[in-house]
Write a protein that binds this ligand. Structure first.
Ligand SMILES: [Zn+2]
Length: 503
């Protein structure tokens, strides 16, 4: 199966390169991820500064997206905004889709407001036909506020955090941090409502220890994830100058539990209350991520880098959304498509995908099943439509990859060294990924979905450095390359697949 998938990918990915008239002199998007070091020959031919162009609109579009997406909830909100603008209709999982779904229709739904699925039904779609799908994830490693977070030590008010995913936690020291996520508030009518919340200024800090107080830090920086990663939010001195509001004083809430206002720093609750414009005692619960307030930026001498948090995996999430939207710009393309084009952006990849809305949940299988068995313009499939569809479908699991590192080149197998600005890396080997045999590699959503659905799947991703750091790096040109690749995949996959028979 791996071979068939590679072959298929090679056909899909190479079509545009062969058929396009765009200048592709610096673009290698073939299926191989062994890039030649040919550009080294030109090392002395420095591109003149006067000819430096701003980063592509695609790279700038990503910067706009990621600067508004500090939590999975915000990422889903940003995805929804772009999908609505492109004419997608929001539907709900809890409602019947009969009578709603139509050929040439564009739809999306969210689960937990942190995962999102969007799809467009081909004009020639019949129940039992395949899905051209891309999967990515909305979450990134970060400290999250603990359910009981109030701490105080030697004159500092602190906020306890739990570590979500496998972050490079040392990168979170000495950065200007704040919080973003979802807050549940009680409305005047007594209803519980989800609200997005983000404090737009640095309110938290994880201070490092001065070198004078521990000289061993110059050799290796060791720290305790529980005790040394607790951010400060204020000093006791400052906090005592204001009277705590009355609403902070109840002993217990309606269920007899300690109220939220007692579990967290009063100042944190006040900040949220002000941000959401609701009284403190109407804040019922929250899920809040810490984030770095320094905005993502284009960098490098030639505007060739993106410096940003959450590249893994908001970059591939963004490219999936844009690839799908762009593939629909010509109505004719969808009208002739026998497949359903679908993207699924999951939460909880960084903690193993096992949750009600992660990649290992029923989110994708149940969506495929529902869409295969639904009625389209009075046309419905047989009871085996779902199973037929699976064997005709294809999934690109899009998750960032490791670019070769100039200071640690030995970490990559010498023939497998992905470079920036050369398009997506395809990750293939007998055990899912190609890495050095003595190096571990990360996980992704592909294997879980492939095994669960028996689906042809390929793992791809743009190359980046510093994966899981608070501030990562990738190449600007790879944004447009991935978007074009996904656009082509949606447009070309059914016709390419029709020419390849395995079973
Ligand atoms: Zn990832």
């Amino acid at each position: 199966m791996v071979m068939a998938v590679r072959l298929l990918a090679a056909r899909v990915f190479s079509r545009r390169v062969l058929s396009t008239s765009r200048p592709l002199w610096n673009v290698r998007r073939g299926p191989e991820f062994v890039h030649e070091d040919r550009f080294m020959e030109d090392a002395f031919a420095c591109f003149p500064l006067t000819e430096i162009k701003p980063a592509s609109i695609e790279a700038q579009g990503f910067i706009e997206f990621v600067n508004q997406a500090q939590s999975p909830f915000h990422a889903v909100e940003q995805a929804s905004i772009r999908l609505r603008k492109a004419g997608f209709q929001e539907i709900k999982e809890k409602e019947s889709w009969n009578g709603i779904l139509k050929r040439n229709g564009k739809y999306f739904f969210t689960r937990n407001k942190s995962s999102i699925v969007a799809f467009a039904v081909g004009g020639k779609y019949k129940p039992g036909n395949g899905f051209s799908a891309i999967g990515a994830h909305t979450d990134s490693p970060c400290p999250k506020i603990k359910p009981v977070s109030k701490k105080e030590k030697v004159g500092y008010l602190q906020v306890g955090v739990q570590l979500y995913g496998g972050g490079l936690w040392h990168t979170w020291f000495d950065r200007d941090l704040s919080i973003a996520g979802r807050v549940v508030v009680e409305t005047a009518a007594g209803k519980l409502e989800n609200r997005l919340a983000r404090i737009d200024r640095p309110i938290l800090r994880i201070p490092s220890l001065a070198i004078h107080l521990d000289t061993s830090v110059a050799e290796s920086f060791k720290f305790n994830n529980e005790t040394h990663l607790t951010p400060i939010i204020s000093t006791v001195t400052k906090s005592l100058t204001g009277e705590p509001p009355k609403s902070l004083k109840p002993d217990t809430d309606i269920n007899g539990d300690i109220p939220l206002s007692e579990k967290h720093q009063p100042i944190l609750m006040q900040l949220l209350s002000k941000e959401l414009n609701v009284p403190v005692d109407k804040i019922m619960d929250f899920e809040l991520c810490l984030y770095d307030t320094q905005p993502s930026a284009i960098g490098g001498a030639y505007n060739e880098f993106i410096f940003s948090g959450r590249l893994d995996n908001l970059m591939m999430s963004y490219c999936s959304i844009q690839g799908l939207i762009r593939s629909l710009e010509s109505a004719e393309s969808l009208a002739n498509d026998p497949n359903i084009r679908l993207i699924s952006l999951f939460d909880n990849e960084e903690v193993g995908s096992v949750s009600a809305h992660g990649a290992d949940s029923d989110l994708l299988p149940s969506t495929f099943e529902r869409l295969s068995l639904a009625t389209y313009d009075n046309d419905s499939g047989t009871s085996t439509a779902y199973l037929e569809a699976l064997s005709k479908s294809f999934l690109i699991s899009a998750d960032m990859a490791h670019a070769v590192h100039p200071n640690y080149p030995e970490k990559h197998e010498e023939n497998l060294r992905p470079h920036m600005h050369k398009g997506v890396v395809i990750k293939v080997n007998a055990n899912q990924f190609a890495v050095r045999n003595d190096m571990p590699c990360g996980s992704t959503i592909g294997p879980a979905l492939s095994a669960k659905l028996g689906l042809r799947t390929i793992d791809v991703g743009n190359p980046q450095l510093s994966m899981h750091s608070c501030r990562e790096v990738c190449g600007t040109e790879d944004v447009a390359l991935a978007i074009t690749l996904f656009e082509d995949y949606f447009e070309e996959f059914p016709s390419v697949d029709a020419r390849l028979t395995v079973d």
